[in-house]
Ligand binder design. Structure first.
Ligand code: DGI
Ligand code: FE
Ligand code: FE
Ligand code: FE
Length: 187
């Protein structure tokens, strides 16, 4: 399927603000893919679809999670965690995206997980450092992003987790697994 057609479909699902974020994630993911020799078509496809389900109705997302092989424990956590897994399902059904690396990069873009592939790391990081982001500490992560992909992902996972804890939020187990595994991968 043509990327321009996909872009238009994604645009129709999102707000203007969220679509602009998506395009910046795509540009950032392409830059990171050049640096780390990742597949650029895969990075583009994962990036363009990563927030596809961001504004899906919660009832619909809940239903998709229950009726498919997506992990049901997602339902015990914040609904913000549902849009990646749901998008990874939708793009297979609606767009025939079969490539598991692309689908996993979308599925895990919010939480990360243990043993992330290079593409998963690139999408996770691109979502965090795209130029529109202004989290405290993001500049330090940007400085490391093109030097050490794994370390930059660990820093992003750490910042997000610490932020969520400071707000008394729960932490999905995959987020903790991502933090631990990325930490163990760096020296
Ligand atoms: O969809 P985006 O806004 O581009 O970014 P995202 O998908 O990375 O994050 C969506 C939200 O999910 C963000 O506010 C942080 C939050 N989040 C990430 N990991 C966890 C989490 N929320 C909870 N409760 N638990 C997590 O483990
Ligand atoms: Fe997201
Ligand atoms: Fe399920
Ligand atoms: Fe995003």
């Amino acid at each position: 399927m043509d990327l321009d057609v996909i872009k238009q479909d994604v645009k129709d699902q999102l707000t203007e603000h969220r679509f602009a974020h998506t395009l910046r994630v795509m540009d950032t993911a392409v830059d990171l893919s050049k640096r780390y020799n990742e597949s650029i078509p895969n990075a583009k496809l994962a990036a363009i679809f990563h927030d596809y389900a961001k504004y899906f109705d919660q009832t619909i997302m809940r239903q998709i999670i229950v009726e498919t092989d997506l992990p049901n424990d997602l339902l015990d956590y914040h609904h913000e965690l549902w849009h990646g897994p749901v998008a990874s399902h939708i793009i297979k059904e609606k767009y025939g995206v079969q490539t598991s690396d692309v689908r996993n990069a979308i599925k895990y873009h919010t939480t990360g997980r243990a043993c992330m592939s290079q593409l998963e790391k690139i999408i996770f990081l691109a979502d965090y450092i795209e130029p529109g982001r202004q989290f405290p500490g993001v500049e330090e992560v940007r400085e490391v992003a093109y030097e050490d992909l794994t370390k930059a992902c660990w820093m992003a996972a750490k910042n997000t987790t610490m932020y969520l804890i400071s707000k008394n939020n729960t932490i999905y187990p995959d987020s903790i697994h991502a933090y631990n595994d990325l930490r163990n991968q760096i020296n």
